[in-house]
Write a protein that binds this ligand. Structure first.
Ligand code: GLN
Length: 445
């Protein structure tokens, strides 16, 4: 299957048409989807219609013209079922496009459908989906990672060149790593979240998943930029991300955090990392050890903050405005019963666990002890990053302590699942600095 950059070249040479490309990917999905289950929703007729419209309108200079993109099921597409892989949003068709979706449509991308995910993006394996789990294309007995597991698996299997994911504490990076593709969490504020169904608002970001770094850049530069409909989006111009790729990495200083290797990292991961470091050194990168002393607090801090924000964000799903409403409510004025039954029937076990935990840490009498304290520790972790990044230009870490694990392996023990997020959840601590700082390595200087 072709990458987005290759498709762009072929279109420019008039060697292919959007209809041919759409048919290729439709065939691929029809063949492999029954084995992998990467999609929450798709309709080949909708894909063909978009391709046909592009042919009618004619080519545009946008690099994503005629390029297929899969959308994670928590990013609103007007008129298309968008459910966060949850029964509580069953039948919900948003009346508007997320900003990123609008940008893709204007760029002439072909939307292939909605990608499977962990319900409301709660998870690291794509097993917490009301549609059932997605499988890893490299070994279908293993998970693709999560929560953007459908997006990453579809890219890895060649069912789409590009996919959108969302990353709160690793949901793009970890599945991309488990499936051997490229994914990144953009800096907080880089990409508008208007139309992303919120999990934890101080952490969520939409970002790209692709087969190559260049493709990742193409998708990111298409969706990035200030949006007045998202007050947290950064008002910083979008630069050409592809040009810089040719520059090489010679002269960069790269830090390896000591605390990331104190036991628990699988030998296979350790070896892969050592190889990557050796390769970077060969290319002229100076690698040195740095210290991030508050790393051990990252998991409890994240799981207090993220669940607190999630419980608040998910309060809106009450059976009244959209999504599932329980049919088994007695006659008369039974509002409370309707809320309770609708939420009980609509949310899966992991969503309930997060809502209960988050409600607890925000409850009166505990708020300061848990939520307030977690905010303070977050500042300490943020300082770790700031200190380390004074000495080096970038950090190199594993994405996950283990390679892709087996389906079902961690489902009965939520804590083990949470612990696998150790290397991805803490980068959010940089989030708030977007408006104040200039990156050390920047095309803008
Ligand atoms: N695995 C993490 C969690 O379960 C991160 C999820 C995400 O980034 N959406 O919270």
């Amino acid at each position: 299957m072709k990458t987005a950059s290759e498709l762009q070249q072929l279109y420019r040479g008039k060697k292919i048409t959007p209809t041919e490309v759409a048919e290729d990917f439709i065939r691929a999905i029809e063949r492999l989807e029954p084995k992998l289950h990467t999609l929450a929703w798709w309709d080949p007729a909708w894909v063909r219609k978009q391709a046909g419209d592009l042919v009618k309108r004619g080519p545009s200079p946008s690099p994503l013209w005629g390029v297929p993109v899969l959308v994670k099921d928590n990013i609103c597409v007007r008129g298309i079922p968008t459910t966060c892989a949850s029964k509580i949003l069953g039948g919900f068709r948003p009346p508007y496009d997320a900003t990123v979706v609008g940008k893709l449509k204007r760029a002439g991308a072909i939307l292939l459908g909605m990608a499977n995910m962990d319900e409301f993006a709660f998870g690291s394996s794509c097993e917490h989906s009301s549609y059932g789990p997605t499988r890893n294309p490299w070994d279908t007995g293993r998970v693709p990672g999560g929560s953007s597991g459908g997006s990453a698996a579809a890219v890895a299997a060649g069912l789409t060149p590009l996919a959108l994911g969302s990353d709160t504490g690793g949901s793009i990076r970890q599945p991309a790593s488990f499936c051997g593709v490229v994914g990144m969490k953009p800096t907080y504020g880089r990409v508008s979240r208007y139309g992303l169904i919120a999990f934890a608002s101080s952490l969520d970001q939409i970002g790209p998943i692709a087969g190559t770094v260049a493709d990742c850049g193409l998708l990111l530069q298409t969706i990035a930029g200030f949006d007045e409909r998202d007050s947290t989006s950064g008002n910083v111009p979008v630069t050409d991300l592809i040009q810089g790729l040719e520059g090489g990495v010679r002269g960069l200083k790269c830090g390896v955090p000591r605390e990331y290797f104190v036991g628990g990292v699988d030998r296979e991961v350790q070896e892969a990392l050592e190889k990557a470091i050796a390769q970077l050194s060969k290319l002229g990168v100076a690698v040195e050890e740095v210290s991030m002393p508050h790393t051990e607090y990252a998991i409890p801090t994240y799981y207090v903050l993220a669940t607190a924000e999630a419980s608040s964000n998910l309060a809106r799903f009450d059976g009244v405005q959209y999504g599932h409403r329980s049919k088994s409510v007695g006659a008369g004025n039974q509002l409370l019963e309707m809320y309770m039954k609708s939420r009980d029937e609509g949310f899966g076990p992991e969503a309930k666990r997060r809502i209960i935990l988050g409600t607890f840490v925000l409850s009166s009498g505990y708020y300061e002890a848990y939520y307030g304290r977690a905010l303070q520790v977050r500042t300490l972790i943020q300082r770790d990053f700031n200190e380390a990044l004074k000495k080096v230009d970038c950090l190199i870490t594993p994405t996950s302590p283990t390679p892709a694990f087996r389906l079902g392996e961690k489902m009965s023990d939520p804590l083990t699942m949470y612990l696998s997020d150790i290397f991805t959840i803490s980068v959010y601590e940089q989030s708030n600095s977007w408006h104040k700082q200039e990156p050390k390595v920047s095309m803008r200087q």
